[in-house]
Design a protein around this ligand. Structure first.
Ligand code: FAD
Length: 592
C-alpha cells in the first residue's frame, strides 16, 4: 500500500524532506502543512532584502505551493497549523486559514517546525518599533516601518549572525546603528582573540558597539525609544531589532509526549527518528551531536536542516541513511570582511575537557605579488597529542570561504594537522599560494606538535617574569621603535647569529616578531645553538596588539560616549588600517 506522509513546516527541512521523498517514492501521498503564507523561502536572504541588496521580492521564495504541486505532486497547505498529534490514532489536527479544525491521518510524520526568536522578558519589548526577524512577514514589517517612518537610527540587540547582518543592512540604508551585546565579544562561535579584528572593522564602518552590556528596558517617549543598558547608560533610537538567539519550536512534540533533550529540542536517533518510530524530526527543532566532542548540541543552521530532511526522507523510503552529526560550520559577511568558523572553539573544548593547543597564522589570500591579495588570520585548534583537528576560525577578506570549507572537510574526515600539510590545493597567483594558508596552518601546528617550536600565547605575556626571562623582539629596529612588549630587547632576526652572545643561555627566551614566522626562524637558530627554553609568540605582536589594545571607539562597556563627529574621525583612522585587510606594516616583506 502507498505510504501517507505528513510534513509539518514547509521551509528548509520540511520542503527538502518532502521533495526528496517524492524523488524516491513516486506513489507516496505527501502533504506539507505550513502555518505561514510562504513555503521554501530564503530565510538567510531576509536581512539583505531589508538592506536593498536583494531587490526583487519574488527572489525570496524558491517555491510556491503551485510550483511544488506541479513539479513534485505534493499537496502543500499554507495557513494550516498543525495543533495536535494523536500518536495513538496516527493523526494530526490541523487548523486551516478559516479557523476550521480537521484531522489528517499518517503512516509517517516529519516535524520540521524550526525555531522561534527569543524575546527576553524586559519592559517595553512589545512596542511597535521593536522587531524580531524570522520569516517573510517579519521582513515586510521591518521594511515597511523603515519606509513609512524614515528612522534615523537603530539598535540591534544581540551580535550573533542575524544581529550582525541586520546591523550591516540597516547601516546600508543610512541608519546610525548601534549593537548591544551581553558577552565581551561578538559572534559566539569565535573566541575573543579572533573577534578583536572584527570589532575594529565594525567600528570602522561607523557602527557603535556596546560590549558586556545587557538591555534592561525599552521606553518610548516623545517619538524615541530609550534602550536602557545594564551599565546604567541609555541609547536613544528610532527602532530596535532583537536578535538574541532562537529556541526550538518543540511544543507540538512536547504535547505529544515525544522525548525532548537539551534546551527542549526534540530528541532523535541518527536516522532522525524521534522517540516514536513513526515520527521523524529535523532542522532547528532537533538536538544533534557535535562531531568533535560527541556532546548533544543545538545548532540552528540551514545546512544541517537540509541534510537532516533528506535523511528522514531516505529512511521513510526504506533506505538506511544516517546523520553523522553537526560541525557548526558557518560563515558571515561583515561588510567587506569575512568571518567563518567550523568545529569547536576554546570555550566548547574547555567545557568538554579536551586537552587542546592552538596556533595562529596570518597568510595572504593569494600570491602577494598578484594585485589584490589580502590577509587572513587562521586559528586552528587541535589535540595536543596527535594533532587531531578540533576546530578553526578564520577572519579576513578574500578566500576565507574556501579555507574554512577545506578545514571543515578535514575535521569531518577526522584528519590531523599533519594531513593539512599534505593537502594538494589548487594554485595560481590570482587564487592562492603554492603554500596555501591551509598548508601553512598545518605546518605551524605540526611544528608545535613535533616540538620543533615551543610557543607562548598573547594571554601569557602579562605573566612573564621580566627578571628571570629574556623577551626578544626579532623585528627590525623600525618596527621595534613603533611599539614592543615591555622589557623586550631588540635583535633583528638577520643580526641574531652575530649578536647571540648578548643573550643569557641559562634564561628562557620568549621570542616574538610581527606574525610569528621570523620568531620561528629565530627560535630554531637559538635552539640549535644551545638555548634550551625558547618560546615563540603564536600569532606574533600583531595578534597581541589586536587583542589587548582597548578599542579606540566610543561605546565599549558604555564607558565613553563620543559625539558623532569624534566617532567618524576615529572611524576614519581605523578604516585606513583595515581597508586593505590590515596595515601594510603588519607584514614586512620577509615574513610573507
Ligand atoms: P524553518 O526553515 O524555520 O521552517 C519552519 C517552518 O515551520 C516555519 O515556516 C513555520 O511557520 C512552520 N511551522 C512551525 N510550526 C508549525 C505548525 N505547528 N504547523 C505548521 N507549520 C509550522 N542559516 C545558515 O546556515 N546560514 C545563514 O546565512 C542563515 N541566515 C539566516 C537568516 C535569518 C534571518 C534567519 C531567520 C535564519 C537564518 N539561518 C541561516 C537559519 C536557517 O534559516 C535555519 O536553520 C533553517 O531555516 C531551519 O530549517 P527548519 O526547517 O528547521 O525551520
Amino acid at each position: 500500500m502507498n505510504k501517507k506522509v505528513l510534513v509539518v513546516g514547509g521551509v528548509a527541512g520540511g520542503a527538502t524532506a518532502a521533495a526528496r521523498l517524492r524523488r524516491l517514492d513516486e506513489h507516496a501521498q505527501i502533504i506539507v502543512f505550513e502555518r505561514g503564507d510562504y513555503i521554501s523561502f530564503a530565510n538567510c536572504g531576509l536581512p539583505y532584502y531589508i538592506g536593498d541588496v536583494i531587490t526583487e521580492e519574488e527572489n525570496l521564495t524558491l517555491q510556491t505551493p503551485e510550483s511544488f504541486k506541479r513539479r513534485f505532486n505534493i499537496d502543500v497547505r499554507t495557513r494550516s497549523e498543525v495543533t495536535k498529534i494523536n500518536r495513538d490514532k496516527k493523526t494530526v489536527e490541523v487548523k486551516d486559514a478559516g479557523g476550521k479544525v480537521y484531522e489528517e491521518s499518517y503512516d509517517y510524520l516529519i516535524l520540521s517546525p524550526g525555531a522561534a526568536p527569543l524575546v527576553p522578558p524586559i519592559e517595553g519589548i512589545n512596542a511597535e518599533g521593536v522587531f524580531t526577524l524570522r520569516n517573510i512577514p517579519d521582513t515586510y514589517r521591518i521594511k515597511n516601518y523603515v519606509l513609512q517612518n524614515n528612522p534615523k537610527s537603530a539598535v540591534v540587540v544581540g551580535a550573533g549572525y542575524i544581529g550582525i547582518e541586520m546591523a550591516e543592512n540597516l547601516h546600508l540604508l543610512g541608519l546610525d546603528v548601534s549593537i548591544v551585546e551581553l558577552s565581551d565579544h561578538i559572534i559566539q562561535p569565535l573566541d575573543f582573540d579572533m573577534a578583536a579584528d572584527v570589532h575594529r572593522h565594525i567600528l570602522s564602518k561607523g557602527i557603535a558597539l556596546y560590549l558586556n552590556c545587557g538591555v534592561t528596558g525599552l521606553y518610548f517617549q516623545n517619538g524615541t525609544y530609550e534602550v536602557r543598558l545594564s551599565d546604567g547608560n541609555s541609547i536613544y533610537t528610532d527602532m530596535v531589532i532583537l536578535a538574541v538567539g532562537v529556541k526550538p519550536e518543540s511544543r507540538l512534540a512536547k504535547d505529544a509526549g515525544l522525548k525532548l533533550g537539551i534546551r527542549d529540542c526534540i530528541v532523535t536517533d541518527n536516522h532522525m527518528r524521534t522517540s516514536d518510530p513513526f515520527i521523524y524530526a529535523v532542522g532547528d527543532a532537533v538536538e544533534t551531536v557535535d562531531v568533535v566532542t560527541g556532546n548533544k548540541v543545538f545548532v540552528p543552521l540551514a545546512s544541517p536542516a537540509n541534510r537532516q530532511g533528506r535523511i528522514a526522507a531516505d529512511n521513510i523510503a526504506g533506505r538506511d541513511s544516517i546523520y553523522g552529526g553537526t560541525l557548526g560550520t558557518a560563515i558571515l559577511k561583515v561588510f567587506d570582511m569575512t568571518v567563518a568558523a567550523a568545529g569547536c572553539n576554546e570555550k566548547t573544548l574547555m567545557a568538554a575537557g579536551i586537552d587542546y593547543e592552538k596556533s595562529f597564522t596570518f597568510s595572504a589570500s593569494n600570491a602577494s605579488y598578484y594585485p589584490g591579495a589580502t590577509y587572513m588570520t587562521i586559528k586552528l585548534l587541535f589535540e595536543k597529542k596527535g594533532g587531531k583537528i578540533l576546530g578553526a576560525q578564520i577572519t579576513g577578506y578574500k578566500g576565507v570561504d574556501k579555507r574554512i570549507d577545506v578545514i571543515a572537510t578535514a575535521i569531518k574526515a577526522g584528519m590531523n594537522v599533519f594531513d593539512l600539510t599534505n593537502l594538494e590545493l589548487s594554485y595560481a597567483p590570482p587564487f592562492g599560494s603554492a603554500k596555501d594558508p591551509v598548508n601553512m596552518a598545518g605546518y605551524v601546528a605540526s611544528n608545535i606538535i613535533n616540538g620543533d617550536m615551543k610557543i607562548f600565547h598573547w594571554h601569557d605575556v602579562k605573566n612573564l617574569d621580566l627578571d628571570n626571562v629574556t623577551i626578544l623582539d626579532v623585528r627590525t629596529k623600525a618596527e621595534f621603535s613603533k611599539g614592543t612588549i615591555t622589557g623586550a630587547i631588540n635583535i633583528p632576526l638577520d643580526d641574531l647569529r652575530e649578536r647571540m652572545s648578548q643573550l643569557d643561555p641559562q634564561k628562557p627566551v620568549y621570542v616574538f616578531c610581527q606574525i610569528g614566522l621570523r620568531g620561528y626562524i629565530a627560535s630554531r637558530i637559538l635552539i640549535q645553538n644551545g638555548f634550551e627554553n625558547v618560546y615563540n609568540l603564536s600569532g606574533g605582536y600583531r595578534l597581541l596588539k589586536s587583542v589587548t589594545t582597548p578599542l579606540k571607539a566610543f561605546h565599549v562597556n558604555g564607558k565613553k560616549l563620543q559625539s558623532t563627529k569624534e566617532k567618524q574621525s576615529e572611524d576614519q583612522k581605523t578604516m585606513e588600517l583595515s581597508e586593505k585587510g590590515f596595515a601594510a606594516s603588519d607584514v614586512p616583506p620577509n615574513e610573507e
